[in-house]
Design a protein around this ligand. Structure first.
Ligand code: GTP
Ligand code: MG
Length: 653
């Protein structure tokens, strides 16, 4: 029998432009997978394979690349750093066992870096930090390490150190090899026995140090830091060696039943839809029939591939711990669990789209084609939440920002051959009940129909989302109707009385009954939708607005102007930090008031300020500041028309 494989499922994560793709490219080269090193700036790197990625030198999609190095199999996922594409990072987080967080020695910690660090902490994923770009003027790894210790963790282990930092020929000194006292002391402090020996004057062996380090990394007690210059291939091999030596091996439980999750949908010109899958346990072969647990159906795998050098190659087999690509699942969706759900970790919510835009074809004749293309893109990126409003002939998507709109425009053009334009994006507000209230509905006419329901709506704490439960027994409302309502909660709250999704509330079914003869499937859903909107009218709702966390670094002389801008935008900030003639300001401001601030800031400071932001939750909107909108479609509050429409839909179905 073949020995168990040694697999690292590894994410390369960072803020935009930190050098993730460059690092990935060099690792591929060092592994012998490619014969020459591609360059992001020349559009020749392997992970930026989309046409728009190559032209713009920015990653838009997460790319999976597998290769062998020494006896270790690397499955690397190179993720995009721009906040507009955070959804790609989010989908990747579910399948990682370890991560390299890349930082730029020049740009330092950015908002996006902090967001990713927090996500990795929540998910307990071991991390190695790579401080890149030590060859650039202004590189200051010592300052950055101080900040990392301050803001992320003090349990860092510096494995190498830059020499001639800030010069184009900057290089590194291996501190582990040299066994410097600092390094030894950080590591032995984690192991009582080693520490005792060390204090007695006994130097620990390298392998003993490695062992403690490996254990510490796995348990997130220690975070190795390596410095380098990915572009000049400095420190890159040390990153690979550290990945192989200190990161955990993915499980090898091939004997257990199949359990996996779909984290990515790709399109191959030849093979059609390809599903990226992380297998946690079991083994899959070509032509295996598997249960799609989420969809509740069985499907036949036609071909299993792996992504070597970013082209898919047939392997015919996928084993526990590994990442592969399955063909033959035409209706599979992102997030679908294959086989047993037990070993699959939950989905992590990193971000959510906070802008909405309408997409319009330049040529009206492309309308249906555009709708289909957006349906397709929305299955690859469910955050787009594509809505096709057929009555209004409108196509709406949710997005993260303007760069994403530009990229989508290009993708629609190059991949689908459609010329399309986006409307000016608008802020997605939400609404929440102001006070507790009851909402009821008796839908008993015209027969046949019967659904009587009464809900108690109770406001919940900010960020709590929606919870639902029923206090009505199955003697009053049969289980199947109760299930119908439970499944309908999301739908019922899609549009509140101000036209936005309703959140942060508890819904309790407190009374109601069905009728042995007259109740029909769909009756309770209809009654629930009316009752909930009546309840919301009774409670009244307040608008919630998306808030961004920001970080601004700029020359001192702009502090007065910038801080007064932030106050004007209804923002708040933490105490200012000054260093080297610059200040750093962190805080939060509403999206609605800051949408064009990046451009304004650049104009004010002549491009000398850096602003980074990320979505940081919804907050109550001050009176008069938000925007309500009309209900799209026929509102359940327009009761008679709504009932007619719903009955029509039921007869039509
Ligand atoms: N001087 C210098 N430039 C680097 C280094 N690493 C990367 N770069 C440059 O930095 C830019 C961004 O590099 P990428 O590898 O695309 O960065 P990324 O993190 O993949 O960027 P996104 O995926 O778009 O977030 C490119 O112009 C690279 O050539 C380095 O070590 N030194
Ligand atoms: Mg990249």
């Amino acid at each position: 029998m073949a020995p168990p494989r040694n697999i690292r499922n590894l994410g390369i994560l960072a803020h935009v432009d930190a050098g993730k793709t460059t690092l990935t490219e060099h690792m591929l080269f060092l592994s012998g997978s490619i014969q020459s090193i591609g360059r992001v700036d020349k559009g020749t790197s392997l992970s930026d394979k989309l046409e728009v990625e190559r032209r713009r030198g920015i990653s838009v999609q997460a790319s999976t690349l597998s290769f062998m190095w020494r006896d270790v199999q690397f499955n690397i996922i190179d993720t995009p750093g721009h906040m507009d594409f955070s959804a790609e990072v989010e989908r990747t987080l579910r399948v990682l066992d370890c991560a390299v967080l890349v930082l730029s020695a020049v740009a330092g910690i950015q908002s996006q870096t902090k967001l990713i660090w927090d996500a990795l902490s929540d998910l307990k994923i071991p991390v190695l930090l790579f401080i890149n770009k030590i060859d650039r003027i202004g590189a200051d790894s010592a300052l950055l390490i101080e900040r990392i210790r301050d803001e992320f963790s003090s349990d860092t282990v510096l494995l190498n150190q830059p020499e001639r930092e800030g010069e184009s020929d900057a290089t590194v000194r291996d501190l582990f090899d040299e066994e410097t006292p600092d390094l030894i002391e950080t590591i032995v402090a984690r192991d009582d026995q080693l520490l005792e020996h060390y204090l007695d004057g006994l130097a620990p062996s390298k392998s003993a140090l490695s062992k403690v380090l490996r254990q510490g990394v796995k348990e997130r007690q220690l975070f190795p830091i390596l410095c380098g210059s990915a572009k000049n291939n400095v420190g890159t091999e040390a990153v690979m060696a550290a990945i192989a030596a200190y990161f955990p091996n993915a499980g090898n439980d091939t004997a257990a039943p199949v359990s996996g999750v779909v984290f990515k949908l790709g399109n191959d010109p030849k093979a059609g839809r390809i599903a990226g899958v992380r297998l946690f346990t079991g083994r899959l072969k070509n032509r295996d029939i598997i249960l799609n647990y989420t969809a509740g159906r069985e499907e036949k795998i036609t071909q299993i591939k792996k992504s070597f050098k970013n082209s898919y190659e047939d392997t015919g087999i996928l084993e526990a711990g590994d990442i592969g690509f399955l063909c033959g699942l035409p209706d599979v969706q992102i997030g679908d669990v294959l086989g047993e759900p037990g070993p699959v970790p939950g989905n992590y919510r990193l971000t959510e789209p906070i802008l909405s835009a309408q997409v319009m074809p330049k040529d009206k004749a492309d309308y249906a084609l555009l709708g289909e293309a957006l349906t397709h893109l929305s299955s690859e990126d469910p955050h787009l939440n594509f809505q096709w409003l057929s009555e209004e002939r409108e196509l709406h998507v949710k997005i993260m920002g303007r760069i994403q709109m530009e990229i989508l425009t290009e993708i629609l053009n190059t991949r689908f051959g459609i010329d399309a334009a986006f409307s000016e994006p608008t802020v997605i507000y939400k609404e929440t009940p102001v006070r507790a209230a009851l909402g009821e509905e008796s839908y008993t006419m015209p027969k046949p129909c019967w659904a009587i329901v009464k809900f108690h709506l109770v406001p919940g704490p900010r960020g709590s989302g929606v919870s639902y439960h029923s206090e009505v027994g199955v003697n009053d409302i049969k289980q199947k109707y109760q299930s119908e309502m439970r499944a309908n909660v999301h739908e019922a709250l899609k549009q509140g009385i101000k036209g936005w999704e309703v959140t942060d509330l508890e819904i309790v079914l407190v009374e109601g009954n069905d009728h042995v003869l007259h109740s029909r499937p769909g009756n309770f859903k209809l009654a629930m939708n009316i009752a909930i909107l009546k309840g919301l009218t009774e409670a009244n709702t307040a608008l919630l607005e998306p808030i961004l966390a920001f970080r601004i670094v700029a020359p001192e002389e702009y502090l007065g102007k910038i801080s007064s801008d932030i106050i004007e935008m209804r923002g708040l900030f933490d105490p200012v930090k000054m260093a080297d003639g610059h200040f750093a300001l962190s805080g939060r401001f509403p999206l609605a008031t800051s949408m064009t601030y990046a451009i304004r800031l650049s104009a004010i400071t002549g491009g000398k300020a850096k602003l980074s932001t990320y979505f940081d939750g919804y907050e109550l909107c001050p009176e008069g500041a938000g925007v309500s909108r009309a209900y799209k479609g026929i509102s359940p509050l327009d009761r008679s028309k709504y009932i007619l429409k719903m009955r029509g839909a039921i007869t039509a179905a």
